[in-house]
Design a protein around this ligand. Sequence first.
Ligand SMILES: [Fe+2]
Length: 598
Amino acid sequence: MADEAAEAAKAGRHAGRKLFENLLPSRRARMVGWYDPGVLAQSAWLMTLANIFGRHSDSRLIEALAGQPQKEFAFAADPESGEFWLDYVSDIADGWNPTYAIANAVAESWLDVQAANGEAIRTRGGDVLVFGGDAVYPYPSKEAYATRSEAPYGTAFVGADRRPHLFAVPGNHDWYDSLVAFSRTFCRPERGFAGCPTHQTRSYFALQLPHDWWLLAIDLQLGADLDEPQVRYFQDAISRMPPAAHVILCVPDPQWIYEAGYPEHASYSDGALRYFETQLLRRKVAVFLTGDLHFYKRHEREDGVQKIVSGGGGAFLHPTHAPATGHLRGGFRERACYPDVQTSRRLTWWNLVFPFLNPKYLPIPAVLYMLSAWFASATFTPADVGSLAAAFHAATTGAVRNPLNGLWLMLFIAAFVFFTDTHVRWYRVLGGILHALAHLSAAFLLGWLALVVTTRWLGLDFGGVTQMLASGLITFLGGGIAGSVVLGLYLFVSLRVFGRHSNEAFSSLRIQDYKQWVRLKIDAGGALTIHSIGIDRVPRRWAVRHGEQAGRIDPADPAATPPRLIEQLTLRPRGDDSYAVSGLDQRGRAYSRQHPAT
Ligand SMILES: [Fe+2]
Protein backbone atom coordinates (compact mmCIF):
# COMPACT_ATOMS: atom_id res chain seq x y z
CA MET A 1 0.00 0.00 0.00
CA ALA A 2 2.77 2.35 1.08
CA ASP A 3 4.66 1.56 -2.11
CA GLU A 4 1.58 2.24 -4.20
CA ALA A 5 1.03 5.57 -2.45
CA ALA A 6 4.67 6.51 -2.99
CA GLU A 7 4.41 5.53 -6.65
CA ALA A 8 1.20 7.53 -7.03
CA ALA A 9 2.79 10.54 -5.35
CA LYS A 10 5.83 10.22 -7.61
CA ALA A 11 3.63 9.96 -10.70
CA GLY A 12 1.63 12.95 -9.50
CA ARG A 13 4.79 14.96 -8.97
CA HIS A 14 6.03 13.97 -12.41
CA ALA A 15 2.71 14.93 -14.06
CA GLY A 16 2.70 18.18 -12.10
CA ARG A 17 6.21 19.01 -13.19
CA LYS A 18 5.40 18.21 -16.81
CA LEU A 19 2.32 20.42 -16.60
CA PHE A 20 4.36 23.23 -15.10
CA GLU A 21 7.08 22.89 -17.74
CA ASN A 22 4.58 23.05 -20.55
CA LEU A 23 2.93 26.07 -18.96
CA LEU A 24 6.17 28.01 -18.86
CA PRO A 25 6.42 30.06 -22.05
CA SER A 26 10.21 30.03 -21.71
CA ARG A 27 10.20 26.24 -22.16
CA ARG A 28 8.52 26.55 -25.53
CA ALA A 29 10.81 26.95 -28.50
CA ARG A 30 10.82 30.38 -30.11
CA MET A 31 10.93 30.90 -33.85
CA VAL A 32 14.51 30.41 -35.07
CA GLY A 33 16.38 33.71 -35.52
CA TRP A 34 18.00 32.99 -38.88
CA TYR A 35 20.03 36.21 -38.72
CA ASP A 36 21.39 35.59 -35.21
CA PRO A 37 25.21 35.44 -35.49
CA GLY A 38 25.38 32.00 -33.86
CA VAL A 39 22.76 30.50 -36.18
CA LEU A 40 24.37 32.11 -39.24
CA ALA A 41 27.81 30.78 -38.36
CA GLN A 42 26.61 27.29 -37.45
CA SER A 43 24.38 27.04 -40.55
CA ALA A 44 27.22 28.10 -42.85
CA TRP A 45 29.58 25.61 -41.20
CA LEU A 46 27.16 22.67 -41.28
CA MET A 47 26.03 23.39 -44.81
CA THR A 48 29.65 23.46 -45.98
CA LEU A 49 30.46 20.24 -44.13
CA ALA A 50 27.34 18.47 -45.39
CA ASN A 51 27.96 19.55 -48.96
CA ILE A 52 31.63 18.56 -48.91
CA PHE A 53 31.50 15.35 -46.88
CA GLY A 54 27.84 14.32 -47.16
CA ARG A 55 28.35 13.13 -50.69
CA HIS A 56 31.41 11.08 -49.73
CA SER A 57 29.88 9.24 -46.79
CA ASP A 58 26.31 8.49 -47.71
CA SER A 59 24.62 7.43 -44.47
CA ARG A 60 21.72 5.94 -46.44
CA LEU A 61 24.15 3.21 -47.57
CA ILE A 62 25.33 2.53 -44.01
CA GLU A 63 21.73 2.51 -42.81
CA ALA A 64 20.77 0.07 -45.55
CA LEU A 65 23.69 -2.25 -44.72
CA ALA A 66 23.31 -2.12 -40.95
CA GLY A 67 19.54 -1.81 -40.59
CA GLN A 68 16.93 -4.50 -40.60
CA PRO A 69 15.46 -5.25 -44.02
CA GLN A 70 12.46 -3.10 -44.79
CA LYS A 71 9.42 -4.12 -46.81
CA GLU A 72 6.48 -1.96 -47.74
CA PHE A 73 3.99 -1.23 -44.93
CA ALA A 74 0.34 -2.14 -45.57
CA PHE A 75 -2.63 -0.30 -44.09
CA ALA A 76 -6.30 -1.22 -44.35
CA ALA A 77 -9.41 0.94 -44.40
CA ASP A 78 -11.60 1.35 -41.35
CA PRO A 79 -13.90 -1.72 -41.41
CA GLU A 80 -16.99 0.34 -40.51
CA SER A 81 -16.73 3.34 -42.79
CA GLY A 82 -14.52 1.78 -45.46
CA GLU A 83 -12.39 4.95 -45.30
CA PHE A 84 -8.69 5.45 -44.77
CA TRP A 85 -7.25 8.80 -43.62
CA LEU A 86 -3.68 10.10 -43.71
CA ASP A 87 -2.13 13.38 -42.56
CA TYR A 88 0.85 14.89 -44.34
CA VAL A 89 2.61 17.61 -42.35
CA SER A 90 5.87 19.07 -43.54
CA ASP A 91 8.47 21.53 -42.27
CA ILE A 92 7.43 21.25 -38.64
CA ALA A 93 9.52 22.13 -35.61
CA ASP A 94 10.29 25.83 -35.79
CA GLY A 95 8.67 27.85 -32.97
CA TRP A 96 6.27 26.28 -30.49
CA ASN A 97 3.22 28.36 -31.48
CA PRO A 98 2.89 27.32 -35.14
CA THR A 99 4.21 23.78 -34.61
CA TYR A 100 1.89 23.06 -31.72
CA ALA A 101 -1.08 24.79 -33.39
CA ILE A 102 -0.85 22.30 -36.25
CA ALA A 103 0.04 19.32 -34.01
CA ASN A 104 -2.95 20.07 -31.77
CA ALA A 105 -5.34 20.18 -34.73
CA VAL A 106 -3.82 17.03 -36.26
CA ALA A 107 -4.18 15.11 -32.96
CA GLU A 108 -7.95 15.66 -32.69
CA SER A 109 -9.93 12.52 -33.54
CA TRP A 110 -12.42 14.58 -35.53
CA LEU A 111 -11.98 18.06 -36.89
CA ASP A 112 -14.73 20.14 -38.46
CA VAL A 113 -13.31 22.77 -40.78
CA GLN A 114 -15.24 25.53 -42.49
CA ALA A 115 -14.94 26.06 -46.23
CA ALA A 116 -14.96 29.58 -47.71
CA ASN A 117 -18.67 29.17 -48.52
CA GLY A 118 -19.49 28.51 -44.86
CA GLU A 119 -19.99 24.78 -45.29
CA ALA A 120 -18.63 22.66 -42.43
CA ILE A 121 -16.51 19.73 -43.63
CA ARG A 122 -15.96 16.87 -41.21
CA THR A 123 -12.49 15.32 -41.29
CA ARG A 124 -11.02 12.45 -39.31
CA GLY A 125 -7.54 12.29 -37.79
CA GLY A 126 -5.24 10.25 -40.02
CA ASP A 127 -4.57 6.57 -39.36
CA VAL A 128 -1.09 7.44 -40.61
CA LEU A 129 0.89 10.65 -40.04
CA VAL A 130 3.69 11.47 -42.49
CA PHE A 131 6.26 14.16 -41.76
CA GLY A 132 7.34 15.48 -45.13
CA GLY A 133 10.83 16.79 -44.30
CA ASP A 134 12.60 19.32 -42.09
CA ALA A 135 11.44 17.88 -38.79
CA VAL A 136 14.02 20.04 -37.04
CA TYR A 137 15.39 23.61 -37.18
CA PRO A 138 17.84 25.23 -37.50
CA TYR A 139 20.13 22.17 -37.53
CA PRO A 140 19.66 18.65 -36.27
CA SER A 141 20.62 17.29 -32.87
CA LYS A 142 19.01 14.91 -30.40
CA GLU A 143 17.96 17.87 -28.24
CA ALA A 144 16.59 19.90 -31.16
CA TYR A 145 14.35 16.99 -32.25
CA ALA A 146 13.25 16.52 -28.63
CA THR A 147 12.33 20.15 -27.94
CA ARG A 148 11.23 21.41 -31.34
CA SER A 149 9.33 18.45 -32.78
CA GLU A 150 8.73 15.70 -30.22
CA ALA A 151 7.67 18.01 -27.34
CA PRO A 152 4.83 19.71 -29.26
CA TYR A 153 3.63 16.45 -30.84
CA GLY A 154 3.98 14.57 -27.55
CA THR A 155 1.90 17.24 -25.80
CA ALA A 156 -0.69 17.23 -28.59
CA PHE A 157 -1.20 13.48 -28.22
CA VAL A 158 -1.47 13.62 -24.41
CA GLY A 159 -4.82 12.09 -23.58
CA ALA A 160 -5.76 11.75 -27.26
CA ASP A 161 -7.58 8.50 -27.89
CA ARG A 162 -5.60 7.75 -30.99
CA ARG A 163 -1.95 7.30 -31.93
CA PRO A 164 -1.33 7.36 -35.69
CA HIS A 165 1.40 5.29 -37.30
CA LEU A 166 4.19 7.77 -37.92
CA PHE A 167 6.60 7.98 -40.87
CA ALA A 168 9.10 10.69 -41.78
CA VAL A 169 11.06 11.70 -44.86
CA PRO A 170 14.22 13.74 -44.29
CA GLY A 171 14.54 17.26 -45.68
CA ASN A 172 17.71 19.30 -46.06
CA HIS A 173 17.73 20.40 -42.40
CA ASP A 174 17.53 16.76 -41.28
CA TRP A 175 20.53 16.01 -43.48
CA TYR A 176 22.91 18.62 -41.99
CA ASP A 177 24.35 16.04 -39.55
CA SER A 178 24.38 13.33 -42.22
CA LEU A 179 21.06 12.04 -40.89
CA VAL A 180 22.44 10.82 -37.54
CA ALA A 181 19.80 12.43 -35.29
CA PHE A 182 16.99 11.79 -37.81
CA SER A 183 17.79 8.05 -37.90
CA ARG A 184 17.86 7.90 -34.11
CA THR A 185 14.52 9.69 -33.90
CA PHE A 186 12.49 8.07 -36.67
CA CYS A 187 14.26 4.88 -37.79
CA ARG A 188 14.16 2.91 -34.53
CA PRO A 189 10.76 1.22 -34.41
CA GLU A 190 11.20 0.16 -30.77
CA ARG A 191 11.46 3.80 -29.75
CA GLY A 192 8.36 5.39 -31.30
CA PHE A 193 7.87 9.14 -31.56
CA ALA A 194 5.69 11.33 -29.36
CA GLY A 195 3.89 8.22 -28.13
CA CYS A 196 3.09 7.16 -31.71
CA PRO A 197 4.38 3.90 -33.23
CA THR A 198 7.10 4.20 -35.88
CA HIS A 199 8.08 1.39 -38.26
CA GLN A 200 10.66 2.54 -40.81
CA THR A 201 14.32 1.54 -40.51
CA ARG A 202 15.42 3.53 -43.55
CA SER A 203 14.97 7.17 -44.54
CA TYR A 204 12.58 6.14 -47.35
CA PHE A 205 9.53 3.91 -47.40
CA ALA A 206 6.53 2.59 -49.32
CA LEU A 207 3.01 2.43 -47.89
CA GLN A 208 0.41 0.15 -49.42
CA LEU A 209 -2.94 1.85 -48.87
CA PRO A 210 -6.50 0.65 -49.59
CA HIS A 211 -7.95 0.51 -53.12
CA ASP A 212 -4.57 0.16 -54.84
CA TRP A 213 -3.30 3.53 -53.65
CA TRP A 214 0.39 3.56 -52.74
CA LEU A 215 2.39 6.25 -51.01
CA LEU A 216 6.09 6.17 -51.86
CA ALA A 217 8.46 8.51 -50.02
CA ILE A 218 11.94 8.95 -51.45
CA ASP A 219 15.10 10.41 -49.92
CA LEU A 220 17.24 12.39 -52.35
CA GLN A 221 19.88 13.40 -49.78
CA LEU A 222 21.03 17.00 -50.28
CA GLY A 223 21.28 16.66 -54.03
CA ALA A 224 18.92 15.07 -56.47
CA ASP A 225 20.33 11.63 -56.05
CA LEU A 226 18.97 8.13 -55.41
CA ASP A 227 21.36 5.64 -53.82
CA GLU A 228 21.57 2.05 -55.01
CA PRO A 229 19.91 0.28 -51.99
CA GLN A 230 17.03 2.75 -52.27
CA VAL A 231 16.61 2.02 -55.97
CA ARG A 232 16.54 -1.72 -55.17
CA TYR A 233 14.06 -1.19 -52.31
CA PHE A 234 11.61 0.59 -54.60
CA GLN A 235 12.17 -1.85 -57.48
CA ASP A 236 11.19 -4.62 -55.09
CA ALA A 237 8.09 -2.78 -53.77
CA ILE A 238 7.03 -1.71 -57.25
CA SER A 239 7.26 -5.32 -58.45
CA ARG A 240 4.39 -6.16 -56.07
CA MET A 241 2.18 -3.27 -57.19
CA PRO A 242 -0.87 -4.23 -59.21
CA PRO A 243 -1.05 -2.72 -62.71
CA ALA A 244 -3.91 -0.44 -61.63
CA ALA A 245 -1.98 1.06 -58.66
CA HIS A 246 -2.18 4.83 -58.11
CA VAL A 247 0.90 6.47 -56.69
CA ILE A 248 1.31 9.38 -54.28
CA LEU A 249 5.01 10.28 -54.39
CA CYS A 250 6.47 12.20 -51.43
CA VAL A 251 9.67 14.00 -52.34
CA PRO A 252 11.95 16.18 -50.22
CA ASP A 253 11.59 19.39 -52.23
CA PRO A 254 9.59 20.96 -55.07
CA GLN A 255 12.08 20.95 -57.93
CA TRP A 256 9.20 22.01 -60.20
CA ILE A 257 8.98 25.35 -58.34
CA TYR A 258 12.76 25.85 -58.20
CA GLU A 259 13.18 25.29 -61.90
CA ALA A 260 10.47 27.92 -62.50
CA GLY A 261 12.51 30.39 -60.42
CA TYR A 262 15.89 29.44 -61.86
CA PRO A 263 15.22 28.23 -65.40
CA GLU A 264 18.80 29.00 -66.40
CA HIS A 265 20.34 26.79 -63.72
CA ALA A 266 20.77 23.14 -64.57
CA SER A 267 20.98 21.86 -60.98
CA TYR A 268 17.35 22.83 -60.40
CA SER A 269 15.63 20.23 -62.51
CA ASP A 270 13.41 17.36 -61.55
CA GLY A 271 15.68 14.87 -63.31
CA ALA A 272 15.69 12.42 -60.38
CA LEU A 273 11.88 12.50 -60.25
CA ARG A 274 11.63 11.86 -63.97
CA TYR A 275 14.08 8.97 -63.60
CA PHE A 276 12.02 7.55 -60.75
CA GLU A 277 8.76 7.88 -62.67
CA THR A 278 9.90 6.66 -66.07
CA GLN A 279 12.61 4.10 -65.20
CA LEU A 280 11.54 2.65 -61.84
CA LEU A 281 7.83 3.21 -61.51
CA ARG A 282 7.04 2.95 -65.23
CA ARG A 283 3.65 4.52 -64.69
CA LYS A 284 2.39 8.01 -64.03
CA VAL A 285 2.49 9.41 -60.51
CA ALA A 286 -0.99 10.63 -59.51
CA VAL A 287 0.07 13.10 -56.81
CA PHE A 288 3.48 14.60 -56.10
CA LEU A 289 3.60 15.80 -52.52
CA THR A 290 6.32 17.83 -50.87
CA GLY A 291 7.24 20.63 -48.47
CA ASP A 292 10.53 22.54 -48.18
CA LEU A 293 8.81 25.76 -49.23
CA HIS A 294 6.67 26.88 -46.34
CA PHE A 295 3.34 27.54 -48.04
CA TYR A 296 0.64 25.70 -49.97
CA LYS A 297 0.58 25.58 -53.77
CA ARG A 298 -1.13 23.09 -56.00
CA HIS A 299 -0.54 22.59 -59.70
CA GLU A 300 -2.70 20.38 -61.88
CA ARG A 301 -2.25 18.87 -65.32
CA GLU A 302 -4.95 18.12 -67.91
CA ASP A 303 -5.02 14.44 -66.91
CA GLY A 304 -5.71 15.31 -63.26
CA VAL A 305 -2.14 14.68 -62.03
CA GLN A 306 -1.27 16.95 -59.09
CA LYS A 307 1.95 18.59 -57.87
CA ILE A 308 1.44 19.85 -54.33
CA VAL A 309 3.70 21.89 -52.06
CA SER A 310 2.44 21.68 -48.50
CA GLY A 311 5.18 23.00 -46.23
CA GLY A 312 3.19 24.93 -43.63
CA GLY A 313 3.72 22.57 -40.69
CA GLY A 314 5.42 25.12 -38.46
CA ALA A 315 8.38 26.81 -40.10
CA PHE A 316 8.50 30.52 -40.97
CA LEU A 317 6.37 31.50 -43.96
CA HIS A 318 7.84 31.67 -47.47
CA PRO A 319 6.51 34.16 -50.06
CA THR A 320 3.98 32.92 -52.61
CA HIS A 321 4.29 35.81 -55.05
CA ALA A 322 7.84 35.12 -56.21
CA PRO A 323 8.81 33.34 -58.34
CA ALA A 324 5.71 33.40 -60.54
CA THR A 325 4.40 29.86 -60.87
CA GLY A 326 1.13 30.25 -62.80
CA HIS A 327 2.25 27.77 -65.44
CA LEU A 328 4.95 25.14 -65.03
CA ARG A 329 6.81 22.97 -67.49
CA GLY A 330 4.87 19.87 -68.55
CA GLY A 331 1.50 21.59 -68.72
CA PHE A 332 0.93 22.09 -64.99
CA ARG A 333 -1.30 25.02 -64.06
CA GLU A 334 -1.56 26.65 -60.64
CA ARG A 335 -4.93 25.88 -59.05
CA ALA A 336 -4.41 26.91 -55.43
CA CYS A 337 -2.10 29.19 -53.48
CA TYR A 338 -2.03 29.95 -49.74
CA PRO A 339 -1.51 32.59 -48.51
CA ASP A 340 -2.59 34.60 -51.59
CA VAL A 341 -0.05 36.67 -53.50
CA GLN A 342 -1.46 40.00 -52.28
CA THR A 343 -0.90 38.96 -48.66
CA SER A 344 2.58 37.70 -49.53
CA ARG A 345 3.49 40.98 -51.29
CA ARG A 346 2.14 43.01 -48.38
CA LEU A 347 4.17 41.02 -45.84
CA THR A 348 7.40 41.83 -47.73
CA TRP A 349 7.15 45.43 -46.43
CA TRP A 350 8.11 44.20 -42.98
CA ASN A 351 11.71 44.03 -44.21
CA LEU A 352 11.80 47.81 -43.78
CA VAL A 353 11.84 47.25 -40.01
CA PHE A 354 14.49 44.53 -40.25
CA PRO A 355 16.51 45.80 -37.20
CA PHE A 356 13.48 45.47 -34.91
CA LEU A 357 12.71 41.95 -36.13
CA ASN A 358 16.33 40.79 -35.95
CA PRO A 359 17.99 42.68 -33.08
CA LYS A 360 20.63 39.99 -32.57
CA TYR A 361 21.90 40.61 -36.10
CA LEU A 362 23.01 44.18 -35.24
CA PRO A 363 26.55 43.34 -33.97
CA ILE A 364 27.51 41.97 -37.40
CA PRO A 365 27.05 45.20 -39.41
CA ALA A 366 28.22 47.16 -36.34
CA VAL A 367 31.66 45.52 -36.49
CA LEU A 368 31.82 45.64 -40.31
CA TYR A 369 30.87 49.33 -40.42
CA MET A 370 33.31 50.25 -37.66
CA LEU A 371 36.18 48.48 -39.42
CA SER A 372 35.24 49.99 -42.81
CA ALA A 373 35.09 53.52 -41.36
CA TRP A 374 38.41 52.91 -39.61
CA PHE A 375 40.06 51.86 -42.86
CA ALA A 376 38.49 54.78 -44.76
CA SER A 377 39.70 57.36 -42.25
CA ALA A 378 43.19 55.89 -41.75
CA THR A 379 44.82 58.38 -44.14
CA PHE A 380 42.73 61.42 -43.14
CA THR A 381 44.29 64.69 -42.05
CA PRO A 382 42.33 67.17 -39.87
CA ALA A 383 41.65 69.23 -43.04
CA ASP A 384 39.83 66.31 -44.67
CA VAL A 385 37.12 66.40 -42.01
CA GLY A 386 36.07 69.86 -43.23
CA SER A 387 34.02 68.69 -46.20
CA LEU A 388 32.48 65.46 -47.38
CA ALA A 389 34.18 65.79 -50.77
CA ALA A 390 37.63 66.14 -49.21
CA ALA A 391 36.99 63.19 -46.94
CA PHE A 392 35.80 61.07 -49.88
CA HIS A 393 38.92 61.97 -51.87
CA ALA A 394 41.17 61.03 -48.96
CA ALA A 395 39.32 57.74 -48.43
CA THR A 396 39.49 56.64 -52.10
CA THR A 397 43.17 57.63 -52.34
CA GLY A 398 43.85 55.62 -49.19
CA ALA A 399 41.99 52.60 -50.61
CA VAL A 400 44.16 52.62 -53.74
CA ARG A 401 47.49 53.28 -52.00
CA ASN A 402 47.15 51.12 -48.93
CA PRO A 403 47.10 47.41 -49.85
CA LEU A 404 45.41 46.36 -46.59
CA ASN A 405 42.70 48.97 -47.10
CA GLY A 406 42.20 47.85 -50.73
CA LEU A 407 42.11 44.17 -49.72
CA TRP A 408 39.42 44.90 -47.13
CA LEU A 409 37.28 46.60 -49.80
CA MET A 410 37.73 43.73 -52.24
CA LEU A 411 36.82 41.10 -49.62
CA PHE A 412 33.82 43.18 -48.55
CA ILE A 413 32.49 43.43 -52.11
CA ALA A 414 33.27 39.77 -52.88
CA ALA A 415 31.25 38.64 -49.84
CA PHE A 416 28.19 40.49 -51.11
CA VAL A 417 28.59 39.15 -54.64
CA PHE A 418 28.70 35.64 -53.10
CA PHE A 419 25.53 36.35 -51.05
CA THR A 420 23.50 37.64 -54.01
CA ASP A 421 20.78 35.17 -54.92
CA THR A 422 20.73 34.62 -58.62
CA HIS A 423 22.34 32.24 -61.01
CA VAL A 424 22.76 34.81 -63.76
CA ARG A 425 26.39 35.85 -63.42
CA TRP A 426 26.13 39.48 -64.53
CA TYR A 427 23.12 40.05 -62.23
CA ARG A 428 24.92 38.46 -59.33
CA VAL A 429 28.04 40.61 -59.84
CA LEU A 430 26.10 43.82 -60.46
CA GLY A 431 23.60 43.24 -57.63
CA GLY A 432 26.35 42.21 -55.22
CA ILE A 433 28.54 45.21 -56.04
CA LEU A 434 25.63 47.66 -55.72
CA HIS A 435 24.60 46.12 -52.39
CA ALA A 436 28.19 46.29 -51.09
CA LEU A 437 28.56 49.89 -52.30
CA ALA A 438 25.35 50.86 -50.47
CA HIS A 439 26.86 49.51 -47.24
CA LEU A 440 30.28 51.09 -47.87
CA SER A 441 28.68 54.47 -48.64
CA ALA A 442 26.64 54.29 -45.44
CA ALA A 443 29.72 53.26 -43.43
CA PHE A 444 31.76 56.09 -44.95
CA LEU A 445 29.05 58.65 -44.24
CA LEU A 446 28.68 57.41 -40.70
CA GLY A 447 32.46 57.47 -40.16
CA TRP A 448 32.70 61.03 -41.47
CA LEU A 449 29.80 62.12 -39.25
CA ALA A 450 31.50 60.49 -36.26
CA LEU A 451 34.68 62.49 -37.04
CA VAL A 452 32.70 65.73 -37.30
CA VAL A 453 30.87 65.03 -34.05
CA THR A 454 33.98 64.07 -32.10
CA THR A 455 36.39 66.74 -33.41
CA ARG A 456 34.12 69.71 -34.18
CA TRP A 457 31.24 69.36 -31.77
CA LEU A 458 32.93 67.61 -28.85
CA GLY A 459 36.26 69.32 -29.52
CA LEU A 460 38.37 66.18 -29.07
CA ASP A 461 41.91 66.05 -30.49
CA PHE A 462 41.95 64.61 -34.02
CA GLY A 463 43.63 61.18 -33.96
CA GLY A 464 43.81 61.08 -30.17
CA VAL A 465 42.86 57.87 -28.34
CA THR A 466 39.68 59.37 -26.85
CA GLN A 467 38.56 60.77 -30.18
CA MET A 468 39.28 57.46 -31.96
CA LEU A 469 37.41 55.44 -29.33
CA ALA A 470 34.43 57.83 -29.34
CA SER A 471 34.37 57.78 -33.12
CA GLY A 472 34.57 53.98 -33.14
CA LEU A 473 31.68 53.74 -30.69
CA ILE A 474 29.49 56.00 -32.86
CA THR A 475 30.20 54.01 -36.03
CA PHE A 476 29.68 50.75 -34.12
CA LEU A 477 26.28 51.76 -32.76
CA GLY A 478 25.16 53.62 -35.91
CA GLY A 479 26.55 50.86 -38.13
CA GLY A 480 24.48 48.19 -36.41
CA ILE A 481 21.29 50.05 -37.21
CA ALA A 482 22.31 51.46 -40.62
CA GLY A 483 23.66 48.09 -41.83
CA SER A 484 20.47 46.31 -40.79
CA VAL A 485 18.30 48.97 -42.45
CA VAL A 486 20.31 48.71 -45.70
CA LEU A 487 20.03 44.90 -45.62
CA GLY A 488 16.27 45.09 -45.02
CA LEU A 489 15.92 47.56 -47.89
CA TYR A 490 18.03 45.35 -50.14
CA LEU A 491 15.87 42.28 -49.33
CA PHE A 492 12.69 44.28 -49.87
CA VAL A 493 13.80 45.59 -53.30
CA SER A 494 15.21 42.17 -54.30
CA LEU A 495 11.94 40.40 -53.62
CA ARG A 496 9.44 43.07 -54.65
CA VAL A 497 11.20 44.23 -57.81
CA PHE A 498 13.33 41.30 -58.96
CA GLY A 499 11.62 38.32 -57.32
CA ARG A 500 14.91 37.18 -55.75
CA HIS A 501 16.01 36.23 -52.22
CA SER A 502 12.62 34.72 -51.42
CA ASN A 503 14.20 32.65 -48.63
CA GLU A 504 16.32 35.40 -47.06
CA ALA A 505 13.63 38.08 -47.39
CA PHE A 506 11.09 35.95 -45.52
CA SER A 507 13.27 34.07 -43.01
CA SER A 508 14.06 37.58 -41.76
CA LEU A 509 10.38 38.08 -40.91
CA ARG A 510 9.92 34.81 -38.95
CA ILE A 511 6.18 34.80 -39.69
CA GLN A 512 4.39 32.24 -37.53
CA ASP A 513 1.03 32.51 -39.26
CA TYR A 514 -0.58 31.00 -42.38
CA LYS A 515 0.19 27.45 -41.34
CA GLN A 516 -1.34 24.43 -43.04
CA TRP A 517 -1.19 20.73 -43.73
CA VAL A 518 -3.00 18.26 -45.98
CA ARG A 519 -5.36 15.54 -44.86
CA LEU A 520 -5.99 12.75 -47.36
CA LYS A 521 -8.97 10.40 -47.45
CA ILE A 522 -9.39 7.28 -49.55
CA ASP A 523 -13.09 6.50 -49.54
CA ALA A 524 -14.89 3.19 -49.87
CA GLY A 525 -15.14 3.71 -53.63
CA GLY A 526 -11.39 4.25 -54.05
CA ALA A 527 -11.50 8.02 -54.69
CA LEU A 528 -8.78 10.15 -53.09
CA THR A 529 -9.89 13.39 -51.41
CA ILE A 530 -7.25 15.95 -50.46
CA HIS A 531 -8.17 18.53 -47.80
CA SER A 532 -5.79 21.42 -47.38
CA ILE A 533 -6.39 22.84 -43.91
CA GLY A 534 -4.93 26.16 -42.80
CA ILE A 535 -4.67 28.33 -39.70
CA ASP A 536 -4.47 32.02 -40.68
CA ARG A 537 -3.34 33.21 -37.27
CA VAL A 538 -1.86 30.75 -34.80
CA PRO A 539 -2.38 31.23 -31.04
CA ARG A 540 0.29 33.11 -29.07
CA ARG A 541 -1.14 32.12 -25.70
CA TRP A 542 -2.04 28.71 -24.36
CA ALA A 543 -3.77 27.19 -21.35
CA VAL A 544 -3.21 23.78 -19.80
CA ARG A 545 -6.27 21.54 -19.85
CA HIS A 546 -7.48 20.08 -16.54
CA GLY A 547 -9.70 17.09 -15.93
CA GLU A 548 -10.12 15.00 -19.06
CA GLN A 549 -6.93 14.86 -21.17
CA ALA A 550 -5.15 16.82 -18.42
CA GLY A 551 -1.76 18.13 -19.48
CA ARG A 552 -2.80 18.85 -23.00
CA ILE A 553 -2.51 22.49 -24.00
CA ASP A 554 -5.35 24.41 -25.62
CA PRO A 555 -5.31 27.75 -27.42
CA ALA A 556 -6.13 30.69 -25.14
CA ASP A 557 -5.73 33.55 -27.58
CA PRO A 558 -8.89 35.30 -28.75
CA ALA A 559 -7.04 36.77 -31.76
CA ALA A 560 -6.18 33.29 -33.11
CA THR A 561 -8.29 31.74 -35.85
CA PRO A 562 -9.47 28.12 -35.93
CA PRO A 563 -8.33 25.64 -38.58
CA ARG A 564 -10.28 26.20 -41.81
CA LEU A 565 -10.54 24.50 -45.17
CA ILE A 566 -8.30 26.13 -47.79
CA GLU A 567 -9.55 23.84 -50.52
CA GLN A 568 -10.72 20.31 -51.09
CA LEU A 569 -10.41 18.16 -54.17
CA THR A 570 -11.30 14.61 -55.07
CA LEU A 571 -9.46 12.49 -57.63
CA ARG A 572 -11.48 9.66 -59.16
CA PRO A 573 -9.35 7.18 -61.11
CA ARG A 574 -10.68 6.80 -64.65
CA GLY A 575 -8.83 3.57 -65.31
CA ASP A 576 -6.44 5.02 -67.88
CA ASP A 577 -3.89 6.75 -65.59
CA SER A 578 -6.01 9.91 -65.60
CA TYR A 579 -8.29 11.33 -62.93
CA ALA A 580 -11.58 13.17 -62.87
CA VAL A 581 -11.19 16.10 -60.48
CA SER A 582 -13.92 17.74 -58.44
CA GLY A 583 -13.93 19.80 -55.29
CA LEU A 584 -14.33 23.09 -53.51
CA ASP A 585 -11.95 25.83 -54.57
CA GLN A 586 -10.41 28.52 -52.36
CA ARG A 587 -13.50 30.70 -52.72
CA GLY A 588 -15.75 27.85 -51.67
CA ARG A 589 -17.12 27.24 -55.18
CA ALA A 590 -17.83 23.67 -56.18
CA TYR A 591 -16.29 22.51 -59.45
CA SER A 592 -15.90 19.37 -61.47
CA ARG A 593 -13.41 18.82 -64.26
CA GLN A 594 -13.63 15.83 -66.55
CA HIS A 595 -10.16 15.94 -68.00
CA PRO A 596 -9.70 14.37 -71.40
CA ALA A 597 -7.65 11.19 -71.20
CA THR A 598 -4.09 11.78 -72.34
FE1 LIG B 1 11.87 23.84 -44.40
